[in-house]
Ligand binder design. Structure first.
Ligand SMILES: NC(=O)c1ccc[n+]([C@@H]2O[C@H](COP(=O)([O-])OP(=O)(O)OC[C@H]3O[C@@H](n4cnc5c(N)ncnc54)[C@H](OP(=O)(O)O)[C@@H]3O)[C@@H](O)[C@H]2O)c1
Length: 251
């Protein structure tokens, strides 16, 4: 959108966890929001909760299954034409935790589509339109997007893709002297719905039972703000669960 002060933040995967906490935090900073995920009711609940604290923020709810790749160019075009977007955050994602041979093939394709393919497409579309604008793109990778552990190989591979794509784009934009910045946020274990989805459970997981240490989604939202306010390309949550801001980490 031309001739408007860019003040909208798009957050995919905003219906829970890191995305929802980031939406709340960014609203507190005065940003208008476009919230994307499949569960419309959860997005509308979040909209009401944010409006209760920040009534002046404009919040657009956009239910969308990001694994339906063919629908994404139309979704992107509608949002880009109608709203002045300052920050685009590709956060939606999930991982199944099991040995590779135990995967259903549909789990593999869903994970690749949601975690990698959708991010690749939305990143490309946003860069095509906004390379010369003062905007930021943040792609949420993972600590597992920089290290491979047993039982998360396929998930790691989808997140290595995100890390490589985003670091590469950041470098390309800098070399070109473009105004747009591309950044990676790589969380370590964070208490969200991730473990429930990863293990196909019908109840939330008590993170203290699984991890000796972990972050809350509110902490990740704070880390996101620090990454946005920095010139770093990568915000990686290290093994001490602290944010490490750095230039590209990949060779
Ligand atoms: N929690 C961790 O320990 C951890 C660690 C490293 C990286 N991460 C990454 O952090 C990001 C956020 O995850 P989280 O921990 O906050 O988990 P979460 O609570 O499960 O949130 C995942 C979000 O992604 C959305 N999503 C999943 N599939 C989607 C699809 N096909 N279309 C649209 N939206 C979809 C979910 O919404 P709907 O179900 O409503 O669609 C939800 O809002 C993910 O990329 C994850 O890989 C998490």
């Amino acid at each position: 959108m031309q001739n408007a002060v860019a003040n909208y933040v798009v957050i995919t995967g905003a219906s829970s966890g890191i995305g929802a906490a980031s939406a709340y935090k960014l609203a507190s900073r005065g940003y208008n929001l476009i919230l994307i995920a499949r569960r419309a009711a959860r997005l509308n609940d979040l909209k009401a909760k944010i409006h209760a604290s920040y009534p002046n923020v404009t919040i657009v709810v956009r239910p969308q299954d990001l694994a339906i790749i063919d629908d994404l160019p139309k979704m992107y075009a509608q949002l880009n034409q109608n709203y002045a977007i300052k920050i685009w955050i590709n956060n939606a994602g999930f991982g199944k935790i099991k040995s590779l041979s135990h995967y259903q093939l549909t789990e593999v394709t869903q994970m690749i589509r949601t975690n990698s393919e959708a991010v690749a497409l939305l990143t490309t579309l946003f860069a095509k339109d906004h390379e010369q604008d003062n905007v930021q793109l943040v792609n949420v990778s993972s600590r597992a997007g920089y290290h491979v552990w047993p039982n998360t190989i396929m998930y790691s591979a989808t997140k290595f893709f995100v890390s490589a794509l985003t670091e590469g784009l950041a470098d390309e934009l800098r070399t070109k002297g473009a105004k747009m910045q591309a950044k990676v946020l790589a969380p370590n274990a964070t208490a969200t719905e991730f473990q429930r989805v990863a293990k196909d459970l019908d109840h939330d997981v008590n993170y203290a039972d699984v991890f000796p240490k972990y972050n809350t989604s509110a902490t990740l939202a704070d880390f996101l703000i620090q990454l946005l306010n920095s010139d770093a390309t990568v915000g990686l949550v290290n093994d001490h669960y602290e944010l490490e801001l750095s230039d590209s980490r990949l060779p």
